[in-house]
Design a protein around this ligand. Sequence first.
Ligand code: URA
Ligand code: CA
Length: 440
Amino acid sequence: MAFIDIIAAKKSGKALTEAQIDEFARAAADPGTPDYQLAALLMAIRINGMDARETAQLTLAMAKTGDMLSPEVGGVPVDKHSTGGVGDTTTLILAPLVAACGGKVVKMSGRGLGHTGGTVDKLESIPGFRTELPEAEFLRIAREVGCCVVGQSGELAPADKRLYALRDVTSTVDSIPLIASSIMSKKLAGGAQGIVLDVKVGSGALMKTLEDCLALARAMTDIGRRAGRRMAALITGMDEPLGSHVGNALEVKEAIDTLAGRSQGPLLAVSLALGAQMLLLGGVAKDEPGARGLLEAALREGRGLERLRRMIEAQGGDGRVCDDTGLLPQAEKATPVLAPQSGYLARMDTEQAGLAAQALGAGRLTKDDVIDPAAGYILFKRVGDYLREGEPVAELRHAAKAPSGEAARMLRDSLRFSDTPPHIPPLIRARIAPDGKETQ
Ligand code: URA
Ligand code: CA
């Protein structure tokens, strides 16, 4: 089959056949295929789209270009995927809580890029913690502890790796079939039988509108169901950082404080909502109130924190951080950020707030940047709070040589004020239940 004929078919708006889609995925994983042919087809897909059948076939074909895991973990393996946000450390809270309720969490996470954080970077701030494990060890820990979180191996969906890099430089990232197939190819290859999606909406999210987020969530849950997996999705707000701590070790600390019962708020609320879906998909609970009851009991009894400690120790890390978060990397300097005016905090440009943490060294702009695990900030205020001019809104944590003035300016500039209390939309904007039913 000539690749040019596949490009020509999509250029003229035709749906691709299964054989054409298989050839596209195979060619993407073949270093001998020229970039320009793949890029031309990506642009034709970006412009003319793909239907649900094509998208699902492309996803499975991309997954099959690499390893396909089928985890034997003594239960239904479940996973969660977030489209990325700021101060979002739900994985470190829900994975041990779900495990403490009898679920089996097998999770392959990514690193942070741009304004968003990544779970792998957060975990690596724990002294000794290993995010690269041989597959057998990964599965043994998931079986024995109930949760294991590792980085994504290069053998997972290699076609996606090539296509994602090309999309980045050809203005073809913003395509729902391409985003959905990219994310889901890695999830299907990871072998989870139940997958919960957290699609973020708002100023710090990949997609800014509820309609786009719902379309992406529908596309991804449809792909998963066609591949025989159990799926659920929540659309959750990312109009301000989810937790009060932003930065790798700082977010680990907030996760520990949450599991220890010392911290509540939107971060815990979203963790419990996603965790409940995981228990439903994993067959541990029969209905949502039952699932929430299990999670809340595990939290109250400290069993989530105990699971996190076991997971950290099983993965080579120092479990004592669960008792003493002072053992996590600590920054040299603390610099307050003061409110530039009085008023209600009405909105935040959350992408800008994420970039402020990145500027301090908490994240990377290119894959080769080195991060500072201790860098980031703690927010003292949330959207809806009233602030007086000159009052501290946040405290930056950073190395002496970090550009703290620049980061403080970026964080201050991300704040929008008003004289009247702002309308605060619900944290969970919409959901797609395991039976496919949508609610808003
Ligand atoms: N994350 C991915 O893995 N792929 C996309 O296309 C977008 C976000
Ligand atoms: Ca095939």
